[in-house]
Ligand binder design. Structure first.
Ligand SMILES: C[C@H](CCC(=O)NCC(=O)O)[C@H]1CC[C@H]2[C@@H]3[C@H](O)C[C@@H]4C[C@H](O)CC[C@]4(C)[C@H]3CC[C@]12C
Length: 325
């Protein structure tokens, strides 16, 4: 399972938790503007916006899990096993393989509105990256530095592009159903509740945090959607970049999957392998991992973005404890 959130605090911050039972060997990968991007069914892009994100590289191709571009657009792919359905290549449509959607959007869109435009008359084609690497059943959240966001889902009903008023995405069910479920929690609040149940009876508020008593806390995707929405909606705005990115990681940590809590097979547990969050205006990509609580950063603008080859940074996965004596 995974969770992705956009948080506005002057600048906008976008990223995700990647929850899985095995690490796939991802790295921070920058695709510079002049690295040729080939598509299976669409014209080659020789020049495009620069991209930074988490990816694995195969055959010199960046298979992005999530990323942002230099124009302040971000996109993340999240598991959508069951409802996800990709179609055969269709004549007369923009056929995009599922693994191409992240570079397709980030290479060309400077806003969510432009991403929507790129998705008109599009078909997510059921093309595998290779014999060994089959298409993953995903849906996507796209966001931009204004705070706008959409959810992209390809199901047997076709391609749906929904406005995402919450700026949160997790996994199943389909996005409209997540919003219906969210309605069930609209009375959850950081403040103490009003006693509307029995107004003439004194009911003690016997604990702090009483307003969030009915907030779900499970590892499942509906629970994480509600909890992340609550955490994000009430997150304070910091006074500077460090405070903001610290707040951002606290939002993601509210739905972090600790090892041992989500058994996906005999003695096999899904956990939050990494969390990342980028400043969409500044092009700085921050991440932490399960084993390393330290926030690490790669600033795309410190690289030569006019180059033609991928730039990769290995994940810094070593815990650093600052011993004070
Ligand atoms: C499984 C995770 C989503 C996290 C999640 O929801 N996990 C588990 C669960 O719910 O069961 C997704 C997110 C991005 C996906 C990857 C990216 O789409 C890139 C790449 C695309 C290829 O078609 C398949 C492999 C590969 C490398 C994908 C493998 C599955 C990933 C890593």
């Amino acid at each position: 399972m995974c969770t992705s959130v956009i948080y506005q605090a002057g600048d906008s911050y976008f990223g995700r938790n990647l929850d899985l039972e095995v690490s796939l060997g991802q790295q921070v990968v920058i695709t510079p503007r002049d690295m040729v991007l080939n598509f299976r069914e669409l014209p080659t892009l020789e020049h495009h916006y620069a991209i930074i994100g988490m990816a694995i590289v195969r055959d010199n191709y960046p298979l992005y899990f999530d990323g942002i571009n230099e124009k302040g657009v971000g996109i993340a792919g999240l598991n959508f096993d069951g409802p996800a359905h990709y179609f055969p290549v269709q004549e007369g449509k923009k056929n995009i393989a599922s693994f191409e959607l992240v570079p397709y959007i980030l290479a060309q869109a400077s806003s969510v509105a432009e991403a929507k435009e790129l998705l008109t008359n599009a078909n997510i084609a059921n093309i595998n990256f290779s014999e060994k690497m089959h298409a993953a059943p995903l849906h996507w959240i796209v966001a931009d530095k204004t705070g706008a966001s959409i959810t992209v889902e390809s199901t047997t009903a076709g391609l749906n592009v929904y406005d995402n008023p919450v700026g949160v995405l997790t996994n199943n069910p389909q996005f409209p159903d997540q919003l219906v479920n969210l309605s069930n929690y609209q009375s959850v609040s950081p403040a103490d509740p009003q006693n509307t149940l029995a107004p003439d009876t004194t009911l003690p508020v016997y604990s702090r945090g009483f307003g969030s008593r009915f907030l779900p806390g499970g590892m499942d995707s509906e629970s994480r959607f509600v909890k992340a929405a609550f955490a994000k909606m009430h997150a304070p705005v910091g006074n500077n970049e460090v405070e903001n990115i610290t707040n951002y990681f606290h939002i993601l940590q509210s739905v972090e999957q600790q090892k041992g809590l989500d058994e996906v097979g005999p003695n096999t547990y899904e956990y939050t392998i990494y969390s990342d969050g980028s400043n969409l205006s500044k092009g700085i990509f921050y991440y932490r991992t399960y084993d390393n609580n330290q926030i690490n950063a790669v600033d795309m603008h410190k690289e030569n973005l006019a180059s033609t080859t991928l730039i990769t940074y290995p994940i810094n996965d070593q815990q650093k404890i600052e011993y004070q004596n």
